[in-house]
Design a protein around this ligand. Sequence first.
Ligand code: TLP
Length: 349
Amino acid sequence: MPEVKIIDFRSDTVTRPTQEMREAMYRAEVGDDVYGDDPTVNKLEEIAALKVGKEAAVFVPTGTMGNQTAVMAWTSRGDEIILEEQAHIYMYEVGGPAVLSGVQMRTIRGRLGAMDPAEVKAAIRAKNIHFPRTSLVCIENTHNRSGGCIVPLENMKAIYEVAHDGGANVHLDGARVFNAAIGLGVDVKEITRYADSVQFCLSKGLCSPIGSIVAGPKDFIERVRKCRKLLGGGMRQAGIVAAAGIISLTKMVDRLAEDHANAKLLAEGLNRIPGLKVDMETVQTNMVAVHTRELGMDGPVFQQLMRSRGVWFNADLPYRVRMVTHNDVTRADVEEALVRITEAVKNRP
Ligand code: TLP
């Protein structure tokens, strides 16, 4: 029996580095980055800061470390930070803000990932001896748990204003901020201008094997650098991976549009399969949130059914699975996956 090709929609984190990246990594000039001596890391940090319109940037191994060092650098123990209820920093970072920074998290339910600025304003603490200080508001764009939705610019602007009025800074978890920029058809600086700091990932749709960037004001980035060291993230000849990061930023951004087109094609195809439902309003970038309730199968069962047929994805709610498009999934792969899913659903036990 011929082996079936695995079509992997689990995440855009599964992308492998391109041939060009592998060659750049092979050739990279390196030094000890803890001494500031790695020319390739220095170049990446410079390009990254410019790209998102911030004074400075620092290369970190993961998005999680980027977010956590940013929270650490903006807050003091006992502070409170505000996040959307489904934010990655709150849901998937192992309680990092509590463990590492000693801050408490206050969540606000958003609509498609966007918090109501009036609710953010109301949640910012007044000066009172009983209250923690609200030092940070976090926004996530694109918003992962809402199916990759784009938080609108006017929403970000309004939150940025109420946060500053209330004495808080704004951190953007922009793991996929370039997907947001491509989806909106704007320069990424139009998004990052409404945040004091931003974390974005090179290792997702932009295909680097490893790495994220934190960008913001110079003094903040110096603090982040120190927090990164504290967490064991001071890397040595990191130019090997930064070389791929430079290609991510200079050559891989525009192609995200292909992932968005593939996600739309996938969502439309899934909606034609009886029992599966995708709310097209949520298909804005490279993610597809697929509801399985009417199929009479919960997410994990549907996931197992398709895994045995070489179509991989994750179940993220009891009756929902998430499918993510990326550089290692072609339009033809999407079409093939739709054929396999149609067959499997028709012949399900
Ligand atoms: N997200 C991963 C999983 O952790 C869920 C994924 O497959 O989507 N912010 C956002 C919005 C993210 O989606 C992620 C990763 C991160 C931060 C963390 O990045 P890493 O995995 O590099 O620590």
